[in-house]
Design a protein around this ligand. Structure first.
Ligand code: NAP
Length: 253
């Protein structure tokens, strides 16, 4: 049994990750920002016992520290951290350079970088120090994005925050290896989460499915399966990797 903190587990990929760990017999800290009912639904879906809810806005460094402290207290420690929470692209936070005001531009950049990059960096710091201080091994998996490589013309702050998250993960992989802590990132392409349902069934659906030669988009469970493997002791040698999970829709060189 491992103690696992999954940020942003109230729905989507985070929920699928939480379910996979719980199915394996692990104890999960289900973090969310504001959607308590959704997080409670995740908790209900988890087999086993000892799982807990943790709330907080990761744009706030003090909240990040408190979330980790609460997780350590209620789970009895943390062995695995999944940095999944993010401000993801929505119609409401689109910020194409040609279309938005300078004020909107700055708002989007601050919000996405504060949560997607600095939030993950702060949670990582607190979890890494917890592990180092106990002299215990662990693993950290970042949920990045294909957008870091392919570009996000309508959401450049999102793409940049994910590219930075990948780079942060690689720096941490080197820094934390001497402490037996492995750090990897995954870079999913389009994933059919609840948030994406309208897009999938609308006119853009065929284009999205057509991005992959498999003729479909990814599922949250496929991302969760990769996270489960990458957090395992068997995957320690993958530390420093950024794994594409995009159905061959975008090939990096
Ligand atoms: N779905 C995709 O197509 C796709 C593709 C590539 C990468 N990803 C990445 O995969 C991860 C999950 O994506 P998803 O589609 O499952 O996302 P989602 O449905 O939008 O869920 C986002 C999660 O992050 C939490 N969150 C949002 N703002 C936060 C804040 N300020 N502080 C703390 N937590 C916050 C949300 O909590 P509340 O519910 O409480 O607001 C929610 O649990 C993200 O990192 C995303 O960038 C997704």
């Amino acid at each position: 049994m491992r103690r696992v903190l999954v940020t942003g587990a109230s729905r989507g990929i985070g929920r699928a990750v939480a379910v996979k760990f719980a199915e394996r017999g692990d104890r999960v800290g289900v973090h969310y920002a504001a959607q308590r009912q959704d997080a409670e639904e995740t908790l209900r879906l988890l087999p086993g016992s000892g799982h807990v809810l943790l709330a907080g806005d990761l744009a706030d460094p003090e909240a990040a520290r408190r979330i980790v402290d609460e997780a350590v207290g209620s789970l009895g420690g943390i062995d695995v951290l999944v940095n999944n929470a993010a401000v993801a692209p929505t119609a409401g936070n689109r910020h194409s350079v040609a279309d938005v005001s300078y004020a909107q531009w700055q708002r989007s950049w601050h919000h996405m970088v504060d949560v997607n990059l600095l939030g993950a960096a702060n949670v990582t710091y607190c979890v890494a120090r917890h592990l180092i201080d106990r002299g215990e091994s662990g693993s950290i998996v970042n949920i990045g994005s294909r957008g870091a490589f392919r570009g996000e013309p309508d959401f450049p702050a999102y793409g940049a925050s994910k590219a930075a998250l990948h780079a942060f993960g690689q720096s941490m992989a080197v820094a934390l290896a001497p402490h037996a802590i492995a750090v990897v990132s995954v870079a999913p392409g389009f994933v059919a989460t609840e948030r994406q349902t309208a897009k999938m069934s609308g006119p853009a659906g065929d284009e999205l499915r057509g991005q992959s030669p498999f003729g479909r988009v990814g599922t949250p469970e496929e991302v969760a399966d990769a996270v489960l493997y990458l957090s395992s002791p068997q995957a320690a040698w993958s530390s420093g990797a950024v794994l594409d999970l995009n159905g061959a829709s975008y090939l990096r060189t």
